[in-house]
Design a protein around this ligand. Structure first.
Ligand code: IPD
Ligand code: CA
Ligand code: CA
Length: 263
């Protein structure tokens, strides 16, 4: 790894750890200040905003020329080859309920391609990172996607879109297709963790519709660098992605609906 990439990575890791410490200061506390965004299924807390401010301030101070996309504050465009893609708190619903799986996700693109990704789940103290072409790691140890080939031995996760209240294209059709054929289904509640867990082999597969760049930027690189495969399976529903170990990828993909549900 060249020295520039290595210092970008060290900064991203240290900011992710600081953001995780911010999450933990608020977690299960009385100052969450939970607010709805699009609807009651889409929430933001004081911790999302505090973690975002911390990371964005670091980027502006350290790399003032870089562009930034961050979930709560949006896009800050500069004429730079670098663009940071940030979810300051992924898994806010879990977080706001006191459930311990949530994370911060920091991806960095160079000329439109993801160069590095960091996902940190502070409550369980799991820090995943990957650099393009350099493998993926959990707390400094290399990780690998699972080697399974039989869907019936696989544990797979998914999630449900925030517009599920008004849109019948809510992923239940896919759940119905896959559920009978897998060992187990999970809904973890943080896309960045789902993807990192596919990389680590803790999950064998994951899919979801209607995600955003900040949900998947770091996690997709972590999964890919760990040997998982991923495919964008819908073009009409923001980012709709399936990621899995190589041995079940084609089978899982073939079970997912490629078009909107009509009623
Ligand atoms: C959400 C989580 C969740 C996924 C949702 C995302 P947020 O992100 O990743 O697992 O199912 O689609 O919006 O709102 O907690 O950052
Ligand atoms: Ca998210
Ligand atoms: Ca978020």
């Amino acid at each position: 790894m060249d020295t520039d990439t290595s210092s970008l990575l060290l900064n991203a890791i240290s900011w992710a750890r600081e953001a995780g410490a911010v999450h933990l200061r608020y977690f299960r506390g009385s100052e969450l200040n939970v607010k709805s965004k699009l609807n009651d299924s889409d929430v933001v807390t004081a911790a999302d905003k505090a973690a975002e401010k911390l990371i964005v301030d670091h980027i502006r101070r350290t790399y003032p020329a870089h562009s930034i996309l961050s979930e709560e504050s949006g896009e800050e465009n500069h004429a730079s080859e670098y663009r940071w893609v940030i979810d300051p708190l992924d898994g806010t619903t879990n977080f706001s309920q006191g459930l311990p799986l949530f994370s911060v996700s920091i991806g960095l693109e160079r000329n439109g391609e993801t160069l590095l990704g960091v996902v940190y789940a502070p409550y369980v103290n799991e820090l995943f990172h990957a650099v393009k072409g350099e493998g993926a790691y959990l707390n400094g140890e290399p990780i690998k996607a699972s080697a399974k080939t039989e869907l019936g031995e696989c544990v797979v996760s998914t999630g449900f879109p925030v517009d599920k209240d008004i849109n019948p294209d809510n992923n239940v059709d896919n759940l119905t297709s896959v559920l009978p054929y897998v060992r187990g289904m999970r809904r973890l509640g943080s896309a960045a963790i789902d993807l990192s867990y596919v990389g680590a082999g803790f999950l064998d597969g994951y899919w979801e519709l209607n995600l955003h760049e900040w949900d998947v930027s770091a996690g997709l690189l972590i999964a890919e660098e760990a040997g998982a495969r991923f495919t964008h399976f819908r073009s009409d529903r923001n980012i709709s992605v399936v990621a899995s170990c190589a041995g079940i990828h084609d089978r899982l993909l073939s079970m997912l609906s490629e078009s909107p549900k009509t009623e």
